[in-house]
Design a protein around this ligand. Structure first.
Ligand SMILES: [Zn+2]
Length: 238
């Protein structure tokens, strides 16, 4: 699994020649794997049909949906992907706590198999049940993810992810330990580091550290998609 998007918008350079060059470059094996739709409230303006049609137009063979803490758009997304002739990758950017009382950090989960889909549904449901019981934001413990990791691929997510936070706050050594912990949560070869660049000042040093950490591990370069071709504005860091 590899992705090397540099542009978080599902847009192409202005002008028809630029557009076709971008489409040609995207054609083949490029797939956006960290994508927030209209179901990521206050975070994305992307309509599901808009983004699946755009992905097909750009020659992408598949597209992921990874809304924040919910899978509300899954059915609509799968149908939209079928209509667009591309493969649907169902996922979620879930709040995960390393310790039960610890802060909730982001972790991206993708269903790579039917069992992974069932585990994802279970984890997201548990996150809401726990959030309701504790009157806090939906979240699950990392241990619960480990217990239901089969069929799931994990990605380190954004600057709000455990790996990024550990590197930013505690440094690279602490980041290495966190990377080991996250990798061991998933099956061998099922965890990847995301590199994101939304132009935030911290990301330059963070990405350099993540690249160093990724030397012996799988590396995934990504950028959150929250805006469509007709939209404009800055991205957040969620
Ligand atoms: Zn995030």
């Amino acid at each position: 699994m590899r992705s090397d998007a540099r542009d978080g918008k599902m847009s192409s350079p202005r002008g028809s020649s630029g557009r076709s060059r971008y489409a040609r470059r995207m054609r083949g094996d490029f797939v956006h794997l960290h994508v927030h739709s209209e179901y990521s409230m206050l975070d994305s303006s992307l309509r599901l049909r808009q983004m699946t049609q755009r992905a097909a137009e750009l020659g992408m063979p598949a597209l992921a949906l990874t809304d924040h803490n919910n899978m509300f758009g899954t059915l609509q997304f799968v149908k939209a992907c079928e209509d667009a002739g591309i493969k649907a990758i169902v996922g979620c950017e879930l709040n995960v706590r390393l310790e039960t009382q610890g802060p909730a950090r982001h972790l991206l989960l993708l269903a790579a198999a039917q069992e992974g889909y069932r585990n994802l549904v279970h984890l997201v449901s548990q996150a809401w049940i726990r959030g309701s019981e504790s009157k806090s934001t939906p979240s699950v413990d990392l241990e619960m993810v480990a217990a239901h990791h089969q069929g799931l691929v994990g990605l380190s997510a954004c600057m709000g992810g455990s790996l990024a936070q550990e590197v930013l706050v505690q440094g690279e050594d602490a980041g290495r330990k966190m990377l080991d912990r996250l990798r061991s949560t998933f099956a061998e070869g099922h965890f990847f580091i995301e590199l994101q660049d939304q132009g935030f000042a911290e990301q330059k040093a963070l990405n350099a550290a993540l690249v160093a950490l990724a030397g012996e591990f799988g590396l995934l370069q990504a950028r959150r998609v929250t805006l469509g071709a007709q939209d404009s504005g800055e991205e957040g860091a969620g």
